[in-house]
Design a protein around this ligand. Structure first.
Ligand code: HEC
Length: 106
């Protein structure tokens, strides 16, 4: 009986666990100050550690942005600056930033 109850509770809790936070574009806009230095300048190249073209993230799909940020945070993507930045972002920050950037036109 206890096992069945636990199982039912798990089923009920699953959708909540699987659900990513909803992004709020307005809140995201207030969080872009730490991104604009690099992503806000057309054709800007970072000097460290290599000379990279900074990708355009404006108008990118929200899901793509969130996935990319999570990959930097987990280390699946290895760019040092983006990893450092992504480590400081919560899931909510990522969802908000993605919501904001996805509404911009290139
Ligand atoms: C120090 C400069 C710098 C800052 C600040 C910065 N980025 Fe980046 N970002 C880069 C570079 C360079 C890349 C490409 C790295 C690579 O090759 O993986 C990148 C890649 C990305 C990507 C992946 C784009 C793609 O096309 O795959 C996303 C999404 C992103 N940044 C979002 C952000 C957000 C959101 C912020 C602010 C919280 C931010 N970045 C701050 C330099 C920066």
């Amino acid at each position: 009986m206890k096992t069945i109850l636990g199982f039912m509770l798990l089923i009920l809790a699953l959708p909540a666990l699987a659900q990513a936070p909803a992004g709020n574009a307005q809140a995201g806009r207030d969080k872009t100050s730490m991104c604009e230095g690099c992503h806000g300048i057309p054709d800007y190249k970072t000097a460290y550690p290599h000379v990279y073209r900074v990708p355009m993230i404006e108008g990118q799909q929200a899901l793509y942005i969130v996935n990319a940020l999570q990959e930097y945070r987990s280390g699946a993507r290895s760019h040092p600056s983006m990893r450092a930045i992504a480590r400081g972002l919560s899931d909510q920050d990522m969802a908000d930033l993605a919501a904001y950037y996805s509404t911009l036109h290139q």
